[in-house]
Design a protein around this ligand. Sequence first.
Ligand code: GAL
Length: 663
Amino acid sequence: MQTHRWLRTPDGTAPRISYGADYNPEQWPREVWDEDVRLMKEAGVDVVSVAIFSWARLQPAPDEWDFAWLDEVIDLMHANGIGVDLATATASPPPWLTMRHPEVLPVTAEGSTLSQGARQHWRPTSPVFREYALTLVEKLAERYGSHPGVVAWHVNNELGCHNAYDFSDDAARAFRAWLLARYETVDALNHAWGTAFWSQRYGSFDEVLPPRLAASFPNPTQQLDFARFSSDALRGHLIAEREILNRVTPDIPVTTNFMITGDTKFADYADWAREIDFVSNDHYVTQDRDELAFSAALTSGVARHRPWFLMEHSTSAVNWQPVNRPKRSGELFRDSLTHVAHGADAVCFFQWRQAEAGAEKYHSSMVPHGGVDTRVFRDVVELGRILQSLGDVVGADRDPADVAILFDWESWWGSELDSHPTELLRYRAEAQAWWNALLDAGVRADVVPADAELAGYRVVIAPVLYSVPAALRKRLEAYATSGGHLVTTYFSGTVDENDHVWLGGYPGAFRDLLGIRVEEFRPLYAGETVALSNGTTGSLWSEPIDIVADDVEVLATYDHDELGPAVTRRPVGSGSAAYVSTRLGSAGVGALLPALLEPAGVASELPEALRGEIEVTSRRGAAGRIRFLINRTDAPVELTGIEGEWLHGGETLPPRGVAVVKG
Ligand code: GAL
């Protein structure tokens, strides 16, 4: 990552958690802007993201530019003390561009060209798109770089949200160049891709294509490399815009909004985070509150625990799920404060004023269709007040936990490829099951990328760490032998960086460390379960484990005549290495946790009565330790046994409420 650089702030202003939204004034008549400013001030808004989808307005024709309206918006915001996170406006190319240059439109694996008419219809590798986009970025940087109201740059928007995988001829050319840089020779590519199989040998890089729709399973390493390439291609666009911004406006920090949420897996954000000054994230809650906390913790991990910017979430309903329900009372506060609890120093929404037209008119906003006399607007004003009262939090890092969950995009991509022992495996669900179990136990955990420094963690959990290059294997071995407690699971240590199996028996890369050997995977059918001797139940996967070292302890066995040990642990050096060979789910993991955590000296941070009901997080900065106690339930909870200075909330936490305690 570049050095952490936060929003520019006007001199002399007290530190505060920034608050605001995407603001799209070009969708409204001028007189509405004055009301917007008045209401923003009422709500305590101090930052807005502007011009995200404004390309067609800024450049109505190839040689025509119209900045007057944006000049006025930025001046208006600045005059009223509201900073502008200025977008580079490249997210949605205007119709004139795609009509004139249809060759910028993305192509699907099936060969269909995506049309204009929605947004993000551009190829990440199109040289034509890149040229038009960078011209726009340069114009904006030159025009607004010295405007004191611009507090940050917002590159594009959710890069890749609709165009992550492009199979066009541009993509094919760029993919070949990427492969040449990675492998240097076609022999090396043939080896890595295992092309002796199914007569796939390439005579030159020119014969290689993206994994377009094929007659059967496309080559897995080709698919993996295409996933890596696609993430890199979008990152390349980010870098191209950022370089212009850094050159023209070196004093303005640059960010782009990530999508660390749910099943969105196209971007290796741990890698992208190195390219920006501060991490921003967009998150929308589905029906799983703990997924929000997991995503926020992962965002913090990607941000290396420095403060990050919640660029978008929703005040209430979204418009893109099959059924879109409003948030319940208290959820707007709880969702926002959970992000703050995990390190967000800015809380923003999509969007300021609910649209009256267009595809997102049923998406909630800060100012709803119903106007200001609404529950949502009253909550918005109240949230602004709460955030302003939490100045002590600003700048504080997320307090390191004793336990880390490793989250690895390579393993995510690799473990969910086709033609595997099961197609039911979901990488993120396994990681989240461990997260939820730790939450239930009142044990704080970090969620960190695979290259994170591990030495400070007492326990490192590596769920489904499928792809393990030799260097990672060595790091994890060294971690355990020098006193760390490593826990890994089924389908871990299976392949190297080329998706080649570590031979000699599973889990290849960790076999020696764990002192076990598995000859065959035994996945379970949908709905099938297998009981374990410790009273828990496995699903998805099982394995007949042979113990091959004398000092392996069996923590649970399968109650099944074809299966033996299910969970093992081995002392190694001054630490240990444990293995869980089935999917236990959060309840099963919870039952196992004491056996895994107690020897490592990890204890719950919550009094027993609060475990399961409360999520506890901690940030640490100039004001010392600040804890967030979040009510995960729909009933009031008494926070008995929690001591400190109450910055927000009190001992009786309402349903879905949050308390903030210093000390
Ligand atoms: C995001 C996007 C916003 C808006 C929002 C709606 O993906 O960046 O522009 O579409 O979703 O939830």
